[in-house]
Write a protein that binds this ligand. Structure first.
Ligand SMILES: N[C@@H](CCC(=O)N[C@@H](CS)C(=O)NCC(=O)O)C(=O)O
Length: 125
């Protein structure tokens, strides 16, 4: 009970901090955004809303203007089960990467996810 209350308070703090520090989204042309969306359509982030590591990854999405599907693994038990069973552990953030040929990779660790985005998402000038 105390733990739940503490988690709730910390969660509120994380969400408020996320709102206050949200980076401005870049403005892309329609063609640029379409090219980026084509690269992110196979991505889904398994997350907890109040997780600070997830917040860090969501901020990176905003900073780069990436539209990535967010799957709340706590509120939706189906996403939680999928994460545990297919990803290998119930830990967020985790990026599910489905490539064009249907291959699936589950990438844990916020820093590794941010690095992967930097290395794999090409934003044309
Ligand atoms: N080093 C990891 C830490 C991730 C982490 O600790 N996530 C917590 C949520 S904030 C988690 O999934 N805990 C498992 C649980 O709550 O059951 C990262 O940077 O992504």
């Amino acid at each position: 009970m105390i733990f739940e209350g503490l988690r709730w308070i910390i969660g509120r703090g994380v969400l408020a901090y996320e709102k206050m520090t949200a980076p401005e989204a870049p403005v892309y042309s329609m063609e640029q955004q379409a090219a980026i969306d084509a690269q992110t359509q196979g991505l889904a982030l398994y997350e907890f809303k109040a997780c600070p590591f997830c917040m860090k990854v969501r901020q990176e999405f905003r900073r780069k203007g990436l539209n990535v599907e967010l799957r709340d693994a706590r509120r939706n038990p189906a996403w939680g089960d999928e994460l545990r069973e297919e990803g290998g552990k119930y830990q967020t953030p985790c990026l599910k990467i489905t490539s064009g040929d249907g291959q699936v990779e589950w990438l844990y660790e916020s820093n590794d996810i941010i690095d992967w985005l930097g290395e794999n998402i090409v934003i044309q000038a």
